[in-house]
Design a protein around this ligand. Structure first.
Ligand SMILES: Cc1cc2nc3c(=O)[nH]c(=O)nc-3n(C[C@H](O)[C@H](O)[C@H](O)COP(=O)(O)O)c2cc1C
Length: 325
């Protein structure tokens, strides 16, 4: 994104990037940068709505959103967010990336300049698209990414990253097209809460708040496929829990990696352990800088690039058991 990081491990947006105390601890533990907890578009819109209501009776907010925000003071949230950025800039020396969770590209983007004015070094747009509308085409769903970049770019000069979802009928082409819009980075991928069902209470639940290390395979595949074929940086997110996982992502071609769940599971000190493991591995392999190995195992550079596309286990599907391999 054009930002100078002392190392490529970024503390991703989470409840641990929401206070000056936590953010200072993340820097002390070695994080190369931090993405602040997301501000929600609705929080900005409701504040804007209040201003507009002074001038007009027209409302563009959904009643349920208004109900939700009746319960707390949105103005406080926005003011605290700007204060957090300013405090971080005064009391830390690593890049501070603000984050907005967006579901539309209308009306709220003007606010992005306020985050820039408060001192944010970059802006990550966490875009929520769940393509579940039966009558919307893929193009209609994906238009949001492009509209957002257009609108937010009009407001800020700091680098913008888009944190995207893997739900797309044409992921490689979509990622490539997004990379040509003039944004500085793409974060792959957003991770959603998953639904679950309590079969005793017959209730729907949200589950899997924290990721497991096995979840690395999905972003690893796509970082490997897209690295060196896009016109912006790629940051990997989801399932990166230790130094080995960070090394894999860098080998696949990630510019940087983001971590969240591992900080909840293993504490902020995990960043230091990850950095030690990366250093140790680099020493063993004789790599002096990250550029010596970044992308070495990407689809474009690997000896066996087909591995990124292989989806079916021919032997297993042909009835040969794992023990016989
Ligand atoms: C408790 C919690 C809160 C999160 N809040 C945000 C958020 O506000 N904005 C965002 O873009 N991602 C948020 N995330 C998602 C993480 O940034 C990250 O993309 C996701 O957890 C996958 O990475 P991981 O496997 O390292 O956890 C949150 C994750 C957790 C666990």
């Amino acid at each position: 994104m054009g930002l100078k990081l002392k190392n490529p491990i970024i503390a991703g947006s989470s409840g641990l990037t929401n206070s000056l105390k936590d953010i200072k601890e993340l820097e002390e533990n070695g994080a190369g940068a931090v993405v602040l907890k997301s501000l929600f578009e609705e929080e900005i819109r409701i504040e804007l709505e209040k201003d507009l209501q002074k001038m007009s009776k027209e409302s563009f907010l959904y009643p349920e959103t208004l109900d939700f925000y009746d319960t707390y003071d949105v103005e406080d949230t926005l003011t605290s967010y700007l204060k957090l950025i300013r405090d971080c800039k005064l009391e830390t020396s690593f890049p501070i990336i603000a984050s907005i969770n967006c579901v539309t590209a209308s009306k709220w983007p003007y606010y992005a300049s306020t985050l820039q004015d408060a001192g944010a070094d970059g802006l990550e747009l966490n875009v929520f698209i769940m393509p579940s509308n039966l009558s919307a085409s893929a193009e209609e769903n994906e238009k949001l990414y492009f509209d957002l970049v257009d609108e937010v770019k009009k407001q800020v000069s700091i680098p913008i990253a888009l944190k995207i979802s893997y739900y797309s009928s044409n992921l490689a082409s979509l990622i490539h097209r997004i990379s040509t819009t003039g944004i500085a980075g793409i974060v792959m991928f957003n991770r959603f809460y998953s639904p679950d069902i309590d079969i005793d209470k017959l209730e729907l639940l949200s589950t899997n708040v924290l990721s497991d290390p096995e979840e690395i395979t999905m972003p690893l595949r796509w970082i490997g496929i897209m690295a060196k074929r896009v016109e912006c940086d790629l940051a990997a997110s989801t399932g990166i829990h230790d130094g080995k996982a960070a090394i894999k992502m860098l080998l696949a071609g990630a510019t940087a990696v983001q971590v969240a769940s591992t900080l909840y599971r293993n504490g902020k000190q995990q960043i230091g352990r990850m950095l030690d493991d990366v250093d140790h591995w680099m020493e063993q392999k004789g790599f002096k800088t990250i550029n010596d190995f970044r992308g070495k195992m990407s689809h474009t550079e690997a000896d066996d690039p087909a591995a990124y596309f292989r989806m079916q286990f021919m032997k297993h599907f042909a009835g040969v058991g794992m023990n016989e391999e």
